[in-house]
Design a binder for this molecule. Structure first.
Ligand SMILES: Cc1ncc(COP(=O)(O)O)c(C=O)c1O
Length: 400
């Protein structure tokens, strides 16, 4: 009898860990490493949010709270959905967890039975398929095409749906591509979902506020009101409010689903950190002007990276609408060799050879389910990005 669970054997170890280990190893050897792999803003948590956390400690908010969030935070979340998305939710329809990740996990654990399918567009955030597997479901991957700016089409969604589809897992703007669906693009998908009333929508809106060039964010239940009763809208404070370490994410949706998610959380982690919850109240209810300032920096960096990468023969990089990632294709470099004779057969080999030769750490596309590409996080300074892109260009120009 195996000691480890059979469920766990279905889950892949994170493909990004090998790259991170290699980068750490090289750094320990004194190499000059530029890591473009972090999925978090390089800005500090704004002062008023930090002050709210200190005040929460001083006020003694240091004990267990309600399992899925204090009422003040649930109200702030309802106000956020009304303000930003035109969605009306009552506090009983809201769940707060330790990061968006836990909220997504709770939703899948609370709903999936063996044989249930979850349709996931690729490239996807690395955790989606493995979370589905851990919860006993089956991921069904739909590959978005570069020519379609890494967005899936209505026909693709329609043909992926079967009798067994429980969820369509949607993420816009996307990690890893930054691609954001416009209202009309999303409407083509929600029209498909209207024809399949047994399919629920799990939308991960984590990058809602990180959008550029006037891109107008929209979320499925807002685009198609008829989907409201079968949509769980997930969001969080990690990215827009620079609070990745505070671990607060939330969702709103049908009350019975929220109650089931509460049950999962009550028997695993209980409430998210009480102090972080009060900080999140301050984040959601407080000023938002810093987001525009951050976005100006992100926009400048996105353009710098996209323009520089597109000038490199063999690389094609779409200019995405949001988040802080780009996802260039290296199709034009596959089959070439490095001066040391390494054959670039895959994006994993490309990323490893790039790291070894130049010290630039990126995440290879296979980790996100769509090759041959790699992901750059541009949440770092302009100088670092310029130097990294120069090294990538030099590396590519030496391929034969
Ligand atoms: C698309 C997406 N969803 C969810 C998360 C999880 O966010 P959190 O830090 O709130 O758990 C991330 C974090 O990288 C993400 O990129």
């Amino acid at each position: 009898m195996s000691f480890l669970s059979q469920t766990l054997s279905r889950v892949k170890p994170s493909p990004t860990i090998a790259m991170s280990n290699r980068a750490a190893e090289l750094k320990a050897q004194g190499r000059d490493i530029i890591a473009l792999s972090a999925g978090e803003p390089d800005f500090d948590t704004p002062d008023h949010i930090r002050a709210a956390a200190v005040a929460a400690i001083e006020a003694g908010h240091t004990r267990y709270t309600q399992v899925d969030g204090i009422s003040e935070l649930k109200q702030a979340i309802c106000d956020k959905f009304a303000r930003d998305n035109g969605l009306a939710y009552a506090p009983a329809q809201v769940s707060v967890g330790s990061g968006g990740k836990q909220v997504l996990y709770n939703a899948l654990m609370a709903t999936l039975n063996p044989g249930d399918e979850v349709v996931i567009p690729a490239p996807y955030w690395v955790s989606y398929p493995d979370m589905v597997l851990l919860a006993g479901g089956q991921p069904v991957i739909v590959e978005a095409r570069l020519e379609n700016d890494f967005k899936i089409t209505a026909e693709q969604l329609d043909s992926a749906i079967t009798r067994n589809t429980k969820w369509f897992l949607f993420n816009s703007p996307s990690n890893p591509t930054g691609a954001g669906y416009s209202h009309s693009e999303l409407k083509t998908l929600t029209d498909v979902l209207l024809r399949h009333p047994h399919v629920h929508v799990l939308t991960d809106d984590m990058y809602e506020h990180l959008a550029y060039d006037g891109f107008e964010f929209c979320t499925p239940a807002q685009v198609e009101a008829a989907l409201y009763d079968r949509t769980l809208t997930v969001n969080g404070v990690s990215k827009a409010y620079c609070m990745t370490g505070w671990r607060i994410g939330y969702a709103a949706g049908p009350e019975p689903l929220i109650a089931a998610m509460r049950k999962v959380q009550s028997q695993s982690t209980s409430n998210p950190c009480s102090i972080s919850q009060w900080a999140a109240v301050a984040a959601l209810n407080g000023p938002h002007d810093f987001i525009d300032r951050h976005n100006l920096a992100f926009l400048r960096r996105r353009n710098l990276v996209v323009d520089t990468l597109n000038a490199i023969p063999g690389i094609t990089c779409p200019r995405p609408e949001g988040a802080f990632y780009v996802y260039p294709s290296i199709a034009g470099l596959i089959g070439k060799r490095t001066p040391d004779g390494i054959l670039i057969e895959s994006d994993e080999i490309f990323a490893t050879a790039l790291l070894d030769a130049t010290g630039v750490a990126v995440v290879f596309g296979a980790a996100f389910g769509l090759s041959p590409c790699f992901r750059i996080s541009y949440a770092t300074s302009d100088d670092v990005l310029s130097e990294a892109c120069k090294r990538i260009g030099d590396f590519c120009s030496e391929l034969m």
